[in-house]
Design a protein around this ligand. Structure first.
Ligand SMILES: [Cu+2]
Length: 127
């Protein structure tokens, strides 16, 4: 293939490769599960209503991502299975509010998700 044909083709290929990644993450990097404090990193993550949040287990052992309401007679917003090293878990559709969560295996591992409402005025967010 001639180079002057090849380069535009390469550009299109890059678009198809990069676009789905950008859309799925919606601007948020995953929360990393680490073997050291603060374990869930960052320990507090703020997202906008409608965005998803993802965890990635970068540690050497299994963990869970379990909303504090689960199993305590309150509303359980999300609960992962055991996440083994290299596995991911994601949640979408959370209503605005503050969600404290923990690891079922290591209860000292704690994190929070803050979901902010999107204001009617585009580009402006409110608490
Ligand atoms: Cu754990």
């Amino acid at each position: 293939m001639a180079l002057n044909l090849f380069y535009p083709f390469l550009g299109w290929m890059m678009l198809f490769v990069l676009l789905p990644v950008g859309l799925s993450q919606a601007g948020n990097s995953p929360i990393l599960l680490l073997d050291r404090r603060p374990f869930y990193t960052p320990s507090v993550m703020t997202i906008l209503s409608g965005q998803s949040v993802q965890w990635y287990n970068q540690s050497m052992q299994p963990h869970t991502v379990t909303h504090d309401g689960c199993g305590r007679g309150r509303r359980c917003a999300f609960a992962s299975e055991h996440l083994h090293p290299g596995e991911r878990f994601s949640v979408s559709g959370l209503s605005p509010g503050l969600y404290s969560y923990h690891c079922e295996i290591h209860p000292f591992m704690r994190g929070r998700i803050q979901v902010k409402r999107i204001a009617q005025n585009p580009g402006v967010t409110e608490l």
